[in-house]
Ligand binder design. Structure first.
Ligand code: NBP
Length: 479
């Protein structure tokens, strides 16, 4: 074969097909492969005119059609399918060639695969790709991990097809091995939290404020023009505006109220538990989806008539809409602060050296959590790469300071009216925990020492101590 492709894509379902078209539309010659040839054929028949494609029926033909170092993008169902594809292609590749897993792999799998392929002289790049089907075609946010040196040969192609903000690509080398997939996972976790907070804002405006879905859509459209401006707020307005053609009812009223999940939110929380990072906003959003799906428990509670508050107190002290906007903004800041803290903790744990500001930068377009707000996060980390929490950056500190009275009023109203607002209230509890001079954790240390001799530290001198609780006079000893 004379003509060679700069990049190849194997796995041509919706995501792979669109990524391949995106590369081709940017002038790259793209080799195509799929387990079953039908998808490859279809792509060329439907979109062959968009660029130069080199379709291959076999893995051998596909590999032979690629220029060196070979760049093979794998876009298959995450899990065993990815391992099957790696096992098929790795023996056909040569030293320095790259396998780029652009699926939603778990970062631990990416670490395992990277180590195994490194031993064979191959570069394995776990790349997070956000933006769904549309993003893949028109410009996703791309979070590639893997060896730094592979980015030299791969980065320019990925940057070409990535979303752009003021001409800057939403793609950067995140860090070694699983760093890219880790960051993509946390991105999804933050997305869960953001969606939950927006849902709580809607619920309060409707149940407390008595606004109709259409009116709330208008409110979200207004908010979208301000500091909350983001893709998720924009689509929320669209969803709330939608009227069901069959019944004439608001669309949101004809949808079953059980939120599903594919698992990346759960992974984020699991990883956070292992790292000991309190991502309470993400956790609450994962649990809120689980509660919504707990049909048996919900039905049992409703039929048992679990009582709510005796009288719904009015929202007092402020305008509900304005207050909810403040609560939403403050809670969102907390959720992002927690997500970024998790990225920083993992970066330290695994030696990834992730630049948090660069993550905020590449999420500004192409992905689901794209938002105006990310500019401020980028600026905060540009000023101080080692910020212990975003909440101490001046912009966010001022924003939360300005929002907190309203935020507290909203949480009070939700509690008094019996409306669940786990995102708003846990974010506030997190904020209050961080700013507390003393936490009741001291008492917990006392309990631990009492029943398990787990020891404690004193505020007034160094060392570890244990109280002999059973002994007369309960003397303290060095531990
Ligand atoms: P799917 O996740 O539905 O996977 C379908 C593809 O996997 C087909 O090409 C299929 O080949 C191939 N495949 C399977 Br299944 N088992 C295989 C095996 N054992 N060996 C080789 N190929 C195999 O496709 P998708 O929705 O395009 O998503 C692709 C990846 O992108 C996933 O990891 C997904 O999580 C991720 N992602 C998806 C989105 C989204 O919005 N959909 C967004 C971001 C990331 P076949 O045609 O022969 O069956």
């Amino acid at each position: 074969m004379s003509q060679k492709a700069q990049i190849g894509v194997t796995g041509l379902a919706v995501m792979g097909r669109n990524l391949a078209r995106n590369f081709a539309r940017h002038g790259h010659t793209v080799a195509l492969h799929n387990r079953s040839y039908g998808r490859t054929k279809e792509l060329v028949e439907e979109f062959g005119h968009e660029g130069t494609f080199l379709p291959a029926e076999t893995a051998e033909q596909f590999v032979a059609s690629l220029e060196r170092p070979r760049r093979v993008v794998i876009m298959v169902k995450a899990g065993p399918a990815t391992d099957a594809v790696i096992d098929e292609f790795a023996p056909l590749l040569e030293e320095g060639d790259m396998l780029i897993d652009a699926g939603n792999a778990h970062y631990a799998d990416t670490r395992r695969r990277e180590a195994a392929l490194k031993a064979k002289g191959l570069h394995f790049v776990g790349a997070g790709v956000s933006g769904g089907e549309e993003g893949a075609l028109h410009g996703p946010s791309i979070m590639p991990g893997g060896p730094k040196e592979s980015y030299e040969a791969l980065g320019p192609l990925l940057e070409d097809i990535a979303a752009k903000v003021d001409g800057e690509p939403c793609c950067v080398h995140v860090g070694p091995d699983g760093a890219g997939h880790f960051v993509k996972m946390v991105h999804n976790g933050i997305e869960y939290a953001d969606m939950q907070l927006i849902a709580e804002a809607y619920d309060l405006l409707r149940q407390v404020g008595g606004l109709s879905p259409e009116e709330i859509a208008g409110t979200f459209s207004e908010w979208n023009e301000g500091r909350l401006g983001s893709y998720l707020i924009e689509i929320t307005a669209e969803v709330l505006k939608q009227v069901d053609a069959a019944t004439g009812k608001p669309f949101v009223d004809i949808v079953v109220d059980r939120a599903e999940q594919k698992g990346t939110g759960r992974w984020t929380v699991q990883a956070a538990l292992d790292l000991g990072v309190p991502v309470s906003g993400i956790a609450e959003s994962v649990f809120a989806r689980a509660i919504s799906g707990g049909v048996q428990e919900r039905e049992a509670a409703v039929s048992a008539g679990l009582p709510g508050p005796s009288a719904g107190a009015d929202h007092v002290g402020g305008d509900l809409r304005a207050d909810v906007e403040q609560a939403l903004f403050a809670s969102k800041i907390v959720a992002y602060a927690q997500g970024f803290q998790q990225i920083q903790a993992a970066s330290k744990e695994y030696g990834w050296d992730i630049d948090p500001g660069a993550m905020a930068k590449i999420w500004r377009a192409g992905c689901i959590i794209r938002a105006k707000f990310l500019d401020f996060i980028k600026q905060a980390y540009d000023k101080n790469n080692e910020l212990p929490t975003l909440l101490v950056d001046q912009y966010f500190l001022d924003a939360v300071a300005g929002a907190q009275d309203a935020w507290r009023r909203v949480v009070v109203t939700a509690a008094q009216q019996g409306i669940p607002a786990p995102g708003f209230s846990s974010a506030l509890a997190y904020y209050d925990s961080l700013r507390a001079q003393r936490l009741p954790a001291a008492l917990i240390q006392g309990q631990r020492d009492f029943f398990g001799a787990h020891t404690y530290q004193r505020v007034d001198k160094p060392g570890s101590f244990h109280t002999l609780w059973a002994a007369e006079g309960r003397p303290e000893v060095d531990a």
